[in-house]
Design a protein around this ligand. Structure first.
Ligand SMILES: *Cc1c(COP(=O)(O)O)cnc(C)c1O
Length: 458
């Protein structure tokens, strides 16, 4: 290792506190310090090359350091990097809003910008709540609560944590949170004996309908990750579940918030996941893939009906009092526009079915491994759930760190992936070639096989 790399390693451990990371363990390990990226690959400070099997945390779309995205960014930087959207406008944010309205489900026609998935969710929650108060403060006085799914993940700010359902991340903050109403997640593998999707869908929708029947007068909205609950470990919903949720929300006068932060921008095989079940939500949250992995930018889209409720004279105080300093940032909007343009020009979505089918075919082999309980895939996202025993579906004891060892094994062999609890996650960059996907799957397969076998012997 050269001096420069050694210094960076020491300074990283001395100064940087990493997110979602137990720093005690982190300090004991060799850190991965990325210096550059090109296409589907990341390069560390020592020149090692890795396939980016997690799309740099689910954001990358066209590959790293894409010449056209780079150019869009530098062209915009020559004009201006940022001016505020508070009471003023800028060119790229207007063009991007128009584009987003064109490509998202029919009926979503207003765009509110922010900077992260978490804030896009906060905004939807606050708008939904305020909407009812503005619409009829007496009639809807009780509409103060939100429904979310068990195992839900909607971000890390207090509002988005309030609608979260993952105890590991969220339990400690409970006294700080507003109350959520929980409904079961459609986790077919753990809910049914023989992966019975139909039964899972019915059970979950029935539980939701019961809650809505009893308490709809108190419920402002329901928030859901359409088709796949990502952070929970790639819990793929049975077909028709999202459609069913939409119908129940309409029936019981509850606003539907679709959190497409993870699944948006082609991840599930269509531009937006809602398209697959012909669903138009009342709010659509997008972030991760919006700038193709370049800059933090998010958007909350909503319909005319919600927007109009906020119109009024200044003294009526119907304004939506929310806005982040960097809202509508020009650099981020310019690169997002180019991202969408490339998605359209390069026909990336049109090539996805072939890649998705390839992934499916190669993932099938994992099912035969002795310590793989379930393999779930929707489009270009997949989860491989590890168990000690296929019958009991027990997970490996935490202290064995089996999942972490799988990831380290893969890293030594040239691929970067991440686990979520007992689930090994694959989130390849959408632009990856079939050859690159093939290597990623080879490396992942070897890592899972050899580490779980060792764990057993021990
Ligand atoms: C990542 C994620 C978020 C949070 O986005 P940040 O940009 O990390 O704040 C919210 N919802 C879902 C479904 C996500 O996957």
């Amino acid at each position: 290792m050269n001096d420069w790399a050694a210094n960076l390693e020491a300074w990283d451990k001395q100064y940087v506190w990493h997110p979602f990371t137990q720093m005690k363990a982190y300090r004991g390990e060799k850190p991965l310090i990325i210096e550059r990226g090109e296409g589907s690959y990341l390069y560390d400070v020592e020149g090692n090359k890795y396939l980016d099997g997690y799309s740099s945390l689910w954001v990358n779309v066209h590959g790293h350091s894409h010449p056209k995205l780079n150019a869009a960014l530098t062209e915009q930087a020559k004009k201006i990097a940022h001016s505020t959207l508070l009471g003023a406008a800028n060119v790229p944010s207007i063009l991007l809003a128009k584009k987003l309205v064109e490509i998202t489900p029919e009926g979503l026609n207003k765009v509110f910008y922010s900077d992260s998935g978490s804030t896009s969710v906060e905004i939807a929650l606050k708008m939904a709540y305020q909407y009812w108060k503005l619409k009829d403060p007496v009639r809807y006085a009780a509409k103060n609560k939100f429904i979310s799914l068990d195992e839900a993940y909607h971000g890390d700010t207090i509002g988005s944590v309030s609608v979260g359902g993952m105890d590991t991340f969220h339990k400690i903050f409970k006294p700080l949170l507003f109350e959520r109403l929980a409904v079961p997640a459609p986790y077919t593998y753990r809910m049914t004996e023989d992966n019975d999707e139909e039964m899972c869908r019915k059970t979950c929708l029935q539980a939701l309908e019961q809650l809505l029947q009893e308490r709809h007068a108190e419920i402002a909205g329901l928030i859901i990750e359409p088709l796949v609950q990502g952070a929970a470990g790639m819990i793929t919903a049975p077909g028709g579940f999202l459609r069913g949720v939409r119908e129940l929300c309409t029936k019981y006068n509850v606003l539907l918030i679709a959190d497409e932060v993870a699944v948006g921008f082609g991840r599930t095989g269509t531009l937006f996941a809602c398209e697959q079940e012909n669903v138009t939500p009342d709010f659509l949250c997008v972030a991760k893939g919006l700038t193709a992995g370049y800059l933090p930018l998010a958007a909350t889209l909503t319909c005319e009906e919600v927007f109009e409720a906020f119109l009024g004279e200044p003294e009526e105080v119907r304004t939506f009092f929310h806005g982040h300093t960097y809202t509508g940032n020009q650099l981020a909007c310019a690169v997002a526009l180019k991202n969408i343009e490339l998605l359209e020009q390069d026909a990336l979505i049109a090539f996805l079915p072939e890649k998705i089918a390839f992934l499916e075919q190669r993932l099938a082999a994992f099912r035969d491994l002795p310590y793989v309980g379930d393999v779930r895939q929707r489009g270009m996202m997949a989860g491989i759930e590890l168990v000690t025993d296929k019958e009991s579906k027990a997970t490996f004891p935490a202290h064995e760190q089996v999942e972490h060892r799988v990831i380290l094994h893969a890293r030594r062999h040239g691929a970067i992936i991440r686990p979520l609890g007992p689930v090994i996650v694959l989130m390849p960059i959408l632009s990856m070639s079939i050859d690159e996907l093939s290597s990623l799957l080879d490396i992942t397969y070897d890592a899972v096989r050899s580490v779980t076998e060792q764990a057993y012997i021990k």
